[in-house]
Design a protein around this ligand. Sequence first.
Ligand SMILES: Nc1ncnc2c1ncn2[C@@H]1O[C@H](COP(=O)(O)OP(=O)(O)OP(=O)(O)O)[C@@H](O)[C@H]1O
Length: 207
Amino acid sequence: MPFDVAITLQRGKLRLDYAFQTEKGGLTALFGPSGAGKTSLLDAIAGLARPSEGRILVEDRVLFDKARRIDLRPEQRRCGYVFQDLRLFPHKSVRDNLLYGWRLAPAERRWMDFDAALGFLGIGHLLDRRPATLSGGEAQRVAIGRALLSGPRFLLMDEPLASVDAERREEILTVIERIRDELALPILYVSHDRAEVDRLASRVIAI
Ligand SMILES: Nc1ncnc2c1ncn2[C@@H]1O[C@H](COP(=O)(O)OP(=O)(O)OP(=O)(O)O)[C@@H](O)[C@H]1O
């Protein structure tokens, strides 16, 4: 099963409960209003927020299990996380941002090589640029490239169209569709745009 999650997360005074499982194939959207806890859930799956109860399995591998005292470190989880605010390193070139992802993965875990990622995402001409000089869509593709190069077993994408101008939306949507269809990676995708969810997702989880 790609994602099998049943956890409780405490965020300040707020208690957030999540329980869902997903079927093989396609993209699963997490859909819900601002503040509902979508980013918190991705953070818990990535190992950046620790649940107070429960368990998280991805592709039948236990990432977290409170009862069994299992809590893999983020770098052990093999998660490609595309953050809502991208978090590209501002002082590094596009090349070095991508190489950062690449170096996170031991050689045997890499399933996409550097040149293949450049071609797949159409970012080969941007290698010497700094993130501040990129358009929203270009920066988004670099962030996706960094995640793919880290040899992930699954992808978490937090509103990847949030910082993309209207004209570039189609380009990023097409990239996400290709990741879904050609790379066959389990994807959890946060959005609060109904049209986007209808186009991309094979199932929707209301948060
Ligand atoms: N570190 C924290 N400490 C206390 N409260 C937090 C913390 N992080 C998030 N929260 C609260 O937890 C709730 C869920 O936040 P979260 O960012 O997961 O929501 P979201 O569904 O992703 O929202 P958005 O769509 O606006 O990004 C919010 O009410 C938020 O204020």
